[in-house]
Design a protein. Structure first.
Lengths: 294, 132
């Protein structure tokens, strides 16, 4: 049995841990609010982009000169998988669930005889996938030093993706990230980036009053201009959702860690008190039996 | 001219401007356009330049935009721009210093990727310098 001193040390250490997890929870809560605000602020842009794209691509459907970013290359042999995770751990199953979804997807693609190339965003995702698919990872990003993810980071990634696409390095690109539903639930999601998946139902949202859009320059030119931008926006949105999700997951993970530490302290306290009482009783018995022997 | 135009200026990071205005001049890819209420639906890409917002009784607002497009619907005008900065926040002297810095970065860059990034930054700054 542990000595009283050991128990005391143990309790002190659990208490210190609890303080840390409590602080981390509060930090995560504050950061979550900021991340949610950022996600909220990005929404108008993304919504309008979706609408415009839906309008344009409706007119493009089935046309032979539709840009490859929208229509695809016509084959699906080489897949590019962009896995976005957090840079830091201690956020429950957040990173591993994204990695798990990506891993199953990659295995399936490989099983179908397709070539897979991987880009990772975030340290944890790279670490998780490196063991199984280390040779397939072609580039990784980390944003450890950046306070808040901005559009510049998303642009950076989308530029790299576009360069690969233009070089004919892949046919289909999919982004893996976690969709932020609320603080306790983040859903790992796969989203197709190239060919662009046009949101159904987003089109026709604006009533033009019978008028037709005038395009300047023409439709194809605009579409060519917008599609790469749309890619950045999609990635940006994924990154923002991820950040919000990360802090949400961290908050609930740290909350339960704090609670667990509380339970542990309670249990240790009981053991401590019992063994202290046992010690006192033992000493009393010794004294009494000593006195009786006289 | 009782009618007002609903104008929204959106960047990926936030909604910059939203409100009723008299006229907005935008730098369209094929020429500047002045948009007033009741304009026919148009969709146009933008070249880097200045968006002028005219509001009765208020000083004109000038905002630099880069990389984006404008959409006119019967409901109003929406400008989506990747990079925006109000001209009032720009300072020619500070910008000149930045340009000098960027120029050094381009000459000092060790790898191609770095040089490309520095060059992009320089071009971007030069565009900004041109408009003020």
């Amino acid at each position: 049995m542990a000595s009283l001193k050991d128990l005391r040390n143990r309790i002190a250490s659990v208490k210190a841990t609890q303080k840390i997890t409590k602080a981390m929870q509060m930090v995560a809560a504050a950061k979550l609010r900021r991340a949610q605000e950022a996600a909220e602020a990005a929404r108008p842009y993304a919504e309008r982009m979706d609408r415009v794209l839906a309008n344009l691509s409706a007119g493009m459907a089935g046309r032979a000169d539709a840009p490859a970013l929208l229509a695809g290359t016509g084959s699906d042999k080489v897949h590019l998988v962009v896995v976005a995770t957090a840079d830091r751990g201690l956020c429950g199953g957040f990173n591993s669930s994204i990695a798990r979804l990506a891993r199953t997807h990659i295995r399936k693609l490989i099983g179908e005889g397709k070539t897979v190339k991987i880009l990772t965003v975030g340290r944890k995702g790279r670490d998780a996938l490196r063991r199984d698919f280390g040779d397939k990872i072609i580039r990784s990003w980390e944003f450890t030093g950046i306070r808040q993810i901005g559009f510049a980071q998303a642009e950076d990634i989308s530029r790299a993706v576009l360069e690969l696409f233009e070089a004919g390095e892949f046919d289909v690109a999919t982004l893996f990230y976690s969709k932020f539903v609320n603080v306790v639930s983040q859903i790992p999601t796969a989203q197709q980036l190239i060919p662009a998946s046009v949101p159904a139902g987003a089109g026709g949202g604006v009533d033009l009053g019978g008028a037709v859009y005038e395009y300047e320059p023409d439709e194809t030119e605009i579409l060519k201009d917008i599609l790469p931008r749309n890619l950045s926006v999609q990635i940006f949105r994924g990154l923002l959702e991820n950040v919000a999700g990360e802090f949400g997951a961290k908050m609930s993970a740290m909350d339960s860690a704090t609670r667990n530490a509380g339970d542990m302290i309670k249990k240790l306290n009981i053991t401590y008190n019992r063994s202290r009482q046992a010690m006192i009783t033992k000493e009393l018995i010794e004294i009494i039996s000593g006195a009786e022997a006289l | 001219m009782a009618d007002k135009l609903q104008f929204d200026l959106v960047s990926p990071e936030r909604l910059l401007f939203s409100g009723q205005v008299d006229m907005v001049a935008i730098p369209g890819a094929e020429g500047d356009m002045g948009i007033m209420a009741g304009h026919a639906p148009v969709m146009s890409t933008l070249r880097p330049g200045i968006v002028n917002i005219d509001e009765a009784g208020k000083p004109q607002q000038r905002i630099f935009v880069r990389g984006g497009f404008a959409e006119v619907t019967p409901k109003g005008l929406t400008v989506l721009a990747e990079f925006t900065v109000p001209l009032a926040e720009l300072d020619a002297a500070a910008l000149d210093r930045e340009i000098a810095h960027a120029q050094e970065d381009v000459t000092d860059a060790k790898s191609d990727a770095k040089r490309q990034a520095a060059q992009e930054k320089l071009d971007h700054l030069k565009q900004l310098r041109q408009v003020i």
